[in-house]
Design a protein around this ligand. Sequence first.
Ligand code: UTP
Length: 227
Amino acid sequence: MERVVISLGGSILVPGDGDPSYLAKLAELLVELTTSHKVFAVTGGGRIARFYIETGRALGAKERRLDELGIEITRMNARLLAIPLGAHANQEPAKTYTEAARLARRHPIVLMGGTSPGWTTDRVAASLARVVKADRLVNATSVDGVYAEDPKENPFARRFDRLTYAKLIELTGEGHTRAGPRIVFDPVAARVAAKAGFPLLVVDGRDLTALRAAICGDAFHGTTVSG
Ligand code: UTP
């Protein structure tokens, strides 16, 4: 059975746009795929995490404390997705990779949120994929792939179908420097994935046809990062 880790951006889980129906359909898709795949889903924090982080920052909290707020929200999002997944997944999100690997023996789908301050859930997903020896890592995000520039700022930006890890790292810069960043994929996570050698598939997580194809390793609309 193939093992796939999915980094589910908070930006697609809880953007405040038809979230219950999206979460129900996403859960249905993940359950359907368990006949051929062991699925590990790492949930991001999105706008809810950003709200807590910005409020905490305005109150003068240090970065570490803000990261802790973010981590709690990523775990809340895992608990939210656990509702439609029911008995197919662990209801309490895994806190460590060892725990996630252990839970995989009992559950077809394993849910996990953030782990330690200074990280992103992309990085958690990349490290988890390394630990469980995943066949691929899927980044389900709010854009349909990696662009040469932010497509929300430049609508004519070029989208890549294929990319090397080196080019992705060059495009995404330094990575996590303060709580609540907004980049297509954390370059620190990209380094982990490049070293481990599995491909990274960047896909619009709200496009369930593309997401299904990416999880299955079929041709999909998005960006494949390898090499
Ligand atoms: P995310 O990684 O979800 O960041 O964690 P994000 O930018 O909101 O990503 P999307 O939009 O969901 O894809 C939210 C915040 O929680 C903290 C960081 O501050 C991060 O920005 N966090 C998360 C950690 O400190 N450690 C973790 O392991 C995970």
